[in-house]
Design a protein around this ligand. Structure first.
Ligand SMILES: Nc1ncnc2c1ncn2[C@@H]1O[C@H](COP(=O)(O)OP(=O)(O)O)[C@@H](O)[C@H]1O
Ligand SMILES: Nc1ncnc2c1ncn2[C@H]1C[C@H](O)[C@@H](COP(=O)(O)O)O1
Length: 225
């Protein structure tokens, strides 16, 4: 019996992984998809035509980048739906607006009119009864120091060149955002609780927790509304 069957994870489940840059979303996406025999949905970083420009000049490119990410995630949403689920998704669509667009608007690196255009497009596409929310959002959290270590370890140049205050602002916003998130059930995982690189049982332990939320007492993990 495979792990998906053992823990009664529906083959149509859609699990999205949220958390700040560098926390370990892509790594966990790969491990879970392999263990559950699910498909993956990754963010496009290397082929993103705006990302380098955005990091070099937030003000000039934040609107273009948000529109690009929104279009890409919506296309992925359609693909996931067409396959009938069975996906692990690297980052949720909710973070684009709840973290990134809002942060750039607040910091005046996205103009009010661009922010208004972006949010009305986002709401028209996502905040409708036709949009399928994920079955579960796994929220990865850890200390700021560990996350900065991981951003450095991964070594994307544009992220290395970005002041630490940017990552700190994002980190603090994530903590507030997750405490009020209620679009789907949540499983919070602290990155000190598992080690996918050195512990071969780690992924099974995470699947056990996923099963508990999907099949058991959802209230235990969900935020109070
Ligand atoms: N469990 C872990 N232990 C140690 N390092 C990790 C772990 N998970 C991820 N990393 C490392 O942290 C960096 C960022 O991970 P990644 O999965 O790309 O994060 P994200 O997708 O959230 O930006 C990578 O260098 C990765 O190898
Ligand atoms: N919506 C976004 N706005 C700005 N930047 C974004 C957005 N979504 C992702 N990013 C950036 C952050 C990272 O530099 C890369 C990939 O994110 P990661 O958390 O490493 O998967 O894209």
């Amino acid at each position: 019996m495979n792990l998906r069957e053992k823990y009664n994870i529906p083959s149509s489940a859609v699990i999205t992984i949220a958390g700040t840059v560098g926390v370990g979303k892509s790594t966990l996406t790969k491990s879970l998809a392999t263990a559950l025999n699910f498909r993956t949905s990754f963010e496009k970083v290397d082929t993103n035509p705006y990302l380098d420009k955005f990091y070099a000049d937030f003000k000039a490119w934040s609107f273009h980048l948000q529109i690009y990410f929104l279009a890409e995630r919506f296309k992925e949403q359609k693909r996931i739906f067409e396959y009938g689920g069975g996906f692990i998704q690297d980052r949720s669509i909710y973070e684009d607006t709840g973290i990134f667009a809002k942060m750039h608007y607040d910091k005046e690196t996205m103009s009010p009119v661009d922010y208004e255009t972006y949010t009305s497009l986002f709401d028209a596409m996502v905040m409708t009864p036709f949009f399928h929310h994920p079955d579960l959002l796994i929220y990865l959290e850890g200390s700021f120091e560990e996350i900065i270590k991981r951003i450095k370890l991964r070594g994307r140049q544009m992220e290395q060149d970005t002041p630490i205050e940017y990552w700190e602002e994002m980190y603090n916003r994530y903590e507030k955002w997750i405490n009020s998130f209620n679009s789907c059930p949540i499983l919070r995982l602290n990155i000190t609780e598992y080690d996918l690189y050195n512990d071969e049982n780690a992924v099974e332990e995470i699947i056990k927790k996923i099963s508990y939320v999907l099949n058991g007492s959802k209230e235990f993990y969900m935020n109070k509304r």
